[in-house]
Ligand binder design. Sequence first.
Ligand code: NAD
Length: 379
Amino acid sequence: MSKKVVATINSTGRQAASFIRAASAVGWHVRAQIRNREGLVAEELETLPNVELIEGDLTGPQRTALLNRLFFGAKIAFINTVHWGDEVAIGKACADAAKRAGVAHYVYSSMPDHSIFAPDWTALPMWASKFAIENYVRQLGIPATFVYTGIYNNNFTSLPYPLFQMELQDDGSFVWQAPFHPDDPLPWLDAEHDVGPTLLQIFKMGPNHWKGQRVTLAFEKLTPLQCCARFARGVGRPVKYVHGPIDIKVQIPSGYREQLDILQETLGVKRAPYFGPELEYPREGRSIWEGYRGIEEYAREVFPIEEYANGLRWMEEESTAPSSVAAGEVDDGELEPAEPRGSRPMTPAGRSLPLHVTGAYTPKSHPEGLDAEFFVGSM
Ligand code: NAD
């Protein structure tokens, strides 16, 4: 009996790898494009049953041939483009190849372009390219669904990367400083744990169920204060939220700096909702996949392991910080139910916060890619 053939690109990325693990486990034949076989994730994918790795660079001149090979016989595809190379050109080429191959259900991982919602909201450049690709896929007329991903739980690290640093304090507690208003809800997603099963279910529901629709991949709706309270409970140490500018302590590419600058202004100062004003969460994601991993579970079970793999050893020492915050001084009850579409009040523009640059730092590499490259893909 012939197997269901599914195509993926950037297969060592957290989204695609999560889906590949799930698809492989249920016996689908996965054609997975990877740039090279280096790294733990590539090595892992190589050992999975039903996974055929297609090695090649999507930014190179052999792109069309590579994509023809990737999509040959594929009836479904999960495409997550990344900003390396010309993202829009790669996204369009993938959609063209899928159309040529007659793909019956194409899921593209998109993101919003905030500039279409309000005159003073600026598009986040690394998200707007995805929205442009979404529009191209729509124009092509292939049966498609567009998933919108929340903030990954494992963006958090105690290493000094911008935006999601859980900065370790002398007393063993943590501080997260970010420009998000402390009371603004944010969507949270454990990409490695939950992208795969959710996509599997979306594909099983078939192309007509979500045809042309945007589906939010976000399983918790938590303000920064609520997120910190849950994180504290999970990690067993106090976690304090500081509403402040993005602190840039490492060298980052100028494109990523621009992304962070605009994120701070649009989502932070102007308080635009992360997905824009129209998309609801987390009810939709949870209706598709109930077994999600929340931030508390992530902080308890995964964060210390990732940190240890990064060469950090704080988890071997007791925290001397008072435990009251860890137990939860903040009400970490979830914001429920999801707000009706378009009902969120817009806050007038505030004063712009400058990005705070405190010098260069060359971080350690994580065996799974927790390095500078990884964090450029963070948001
Ligand atoms: P990832 O960040 O886990 O990995 C990035 C991938 O890019 C790796 O597989 C790497 O091999 C690959 N890559 C491709 N070409 C490359 C090149 N020339 N040089 C270096 N690496 C290259 O990937 P992911 O998380 O599955 O997807 C990243 C995308 O997700 C980004 O576009 C980001 O904007 C988006 N996103 C992230 C978040 C978040 O919270 N982290 C939220 C929403 C959207």
